[in-house]
Write a protein that binds this ligand. Structure first.
Ligand code: FAD
Length: 538
């Protein structure tokens, strides 16, 4: 460098702020919340990154409230949800998916332990809404509507509230005391939702409800067992899966009902697995689960299958039931099967094929048939139409063919999952609210950019082992720290630190870009760990 009397660095004689360098820009960074893959995979669209960010800051109650916006049953879902969120978590491609389900369970337990109540209710609203069915769909709809101040009455056929949460999923997977407390604390008590238990809605009652209420949500689920069409189904000792589980949950079965007995369970879904495990608990000496599908094609979740196997349930795949064999006293003595060679046809439809030359019989004192459930829609007025498959017919806004009557959950989808039923309840509440306000029925906003693994800046993350069980706040914080925060600005400040133009301002709860000086270099976009800034052309 040439010797000079001038200073080593350039010093402006006046403020450089007059030079609005932002005018050079051809592209601009913008903060744009993307949708994380976990949130996108969750049918209820739980705002998981925000929840985990609050957990990381130790704000457990606020984190719980974020879940409560979309799901009033965090403990339930944290215990039994198939957690599609975890299967799509971007972290899975780095080390292991976040323990999102366990976090939800933990927050649900914390809420009950600390007696947290849901956020405030809107001013009361005179409109009255009837909900038929108190399963997760009905409860979720009641919660969302009551939260907006509507007067909600739930009609429930059974003496207990909760639908399949109470009488399908058994207590060894979902402890009853916690289930009941979660339903009461989060939904029924704070909002004074009226529940009419032991109130099956018949055709006549349905017409009366139509007169009394301004809107109705039908959430009656799929309660009836699908019938098996083989000889012997009426023999003594034959049960259908859902009734068997319901009776056991309602305390109608003696605890030693199957003591020392051999039991064959027919079916390959979750109900068959639960029926098998319940048979073990009722004292069965041997439980054989026999299904059409190969193990890979079974509808039951792999973890549930493994749990059943650990408890001694024997799995026999690719067999189709031929006959339930009886003795001279009209009692079950066994079940015969033929080889099932394929379950689905070339178009992917359920259309099993068999090889009758290969047979097998199982000795049995009892047979439990669990091959699916259907809805009982006999109470519906004729104008509320159903599909040929026996589901209530609805449009995307969950409206039936009759104004003011909506339907959702298993009665529309046929057996699905708890979280899908919860999502349907929320969606119906959104539609009912719009209907009662005389607004057009639009869908809840769902679009947006789903953040891909490749868009993340992994420089900021270290490999870290997933928490096996979140049991106290410390392990919750540790686990939440693993979250990539995909598409969600958690104010980490990397954009602010690296901006060469000092064009990013920190506000109380967000950052702002000063476009007078941002030259659009894109460093903030590159540095952002969770991809919550994008570059757009000017
Ligand atoms: P339901 O839960 O079936 O509730 C419907 C309610 O309506 C019932 O209480 C019923 O009594 C009431 N009702 C029906 N007809 C009338 C009438 N005419 N008048 C008044 N009330 C009426 N999902 C998971 O996500 N994870 C699991 O691990 C899981 N395991 C399962 C295990 C079993 C054994 C079963 C059966 C289901 C399981 N599911 C699981 C599925 C899940 O429970 C259902 O998808 C969910 O409960 C459906 O919710 P829903 O509100 O639509 O209906």
């Amino acid at each position: 460098m040439r010797e000079s009397h001038k200073p080593f660095i350039a010093i402006a004689c006046q403020t450089t702020l007059v030079n609005k360098t932002g005018t050079w820009r051809t592209q601009r960074p913008e903060y744009e919340a993307g949708i994380s893959p976990c949130q996108s995979a969750c049918p209820a669209r739980n705002y998981i990154p925000k929840c985990l960010d609050l957990v990381e800051q130790g704000e457990l109650r606020n984190a719980w409230e974020v879940i409560m916006e979309t799901n009033p049953l965090p403990f339930v879902c944290g215990s039994v949800c198939p957690h599609l969120c975890e299967a799509s978590c971007n972290r899975e491609q780095f080390d292991e998916a976040l323990a999102i389900r366990d976090m939800e369970r933990f927050l649900g337990e914390e809420a009950l332990k600390n007696n947290w109540l849901p956020p405030k209710v809107a001013d009361s609203n005179e409109a009255k809404v009837a909900i038929i069915g108190s399963g997760p769909a009905g409860l979720s709809c009641a919660y969302q509507l009551a939260h907006q101040g509507y007067k909600v009455t739930i009609y429930e056929a059974l003496p207990v509230v909760g639908g399949m949460l109470q009488v399908g999923i058994q207590d060894y997977r979902l402890p009853r005391d916690i289930l009941q407390r979660e339903i009461s604390n989060n939904i029924l008590l704070p909002f004074k939702v009226e529940v009419k238990a032991n109130s099956p809605v018949s055709r006549e009652v349905f017409q009366r409800i139509r007169q009394e209420f301004q809107a109705i949500f039908i959430a009656t689920g799929a309660q009836k067992a699908r019938e098996l069409n083989v000889p012997g189904v009426n023999l003594a000792g034959v049960f259908d899966g859902v009734s068997f589980l319901r009776d056991r949950a309602l305390g109608k079965l003696p605890p030693d009902l199957l003591k020392g007995k051999k039991v064959v369970v027919v079916g390959g879904g979750g109900v068959a697995i639960d029926a098998s495990r319940t048979a073990v608990r009722l004292g069965a000496e041997k439980v054989q689960l026999v299904c059409l599908e190969s193990q890979e094609d079974m509808l039951a979740y792999e973890l549930d299958i493994q749990d059943a196997a650990k408890e001694g349930v024997e799995l026999n795949c690719s067999w189709g039931p031929e006959e339930i064999l009886g003795d001279d006293n009209g009692k079950v003595r066994g079940v015969s099967f033929i080889r099932c060679t394929s379950v689905f046809d070339s178009e992917g439809k359920f259309n099993p094929s068999f090889d009758r030359s290969i047979e097998r019989s199982f000795e049995a004192d009892a047979a439990i048939i669990a091959i699916g459930q259907v809805s009982d829609l006999s109470f519906l007025a004729e104008e509320v139409r159903s599909t040929p498959e026996g589901k209530v017919k609805v449009d995307d806004a969950l409206k039936t063919d009759v104004a003011g009557i909506f339907a959702g959950g298993d009665t529309v989808t046929q057996p699905a999952t708890v979280i899908e039923a919860i999502a349907a309840g929320s969606r119906a509440a959104h539609s009912i609210n719009r209907y009662l306000r005389g607004e057009p029925l639009t869908l809840q906003e769902e679009g947006g950019r789903i953040v891909q693994f490749e868009e993340l800046n992994l420089d900021y993350f270290e490999h870290q082992v997933r928490q096996a069980r979140i049991s106290e706040p410390l392990s919750a914080v540790e686990e939440a720290r693993r979250c990539f925060s995909c598409g969600y600005c958690n104010m980490c400040g990397m954009c602010w630190v690296f901006c060469p133009d000092i064009a990013i301002r920190q506000e109380e709860d967000h950052y702002e870009i000063d476009y007078d000086y941002c030259k659009g270099c894109g460093i903030c976009v590159q540095e952002c760990p969770g991809s919550s800034i994008v570059l757009v052309k000017e």
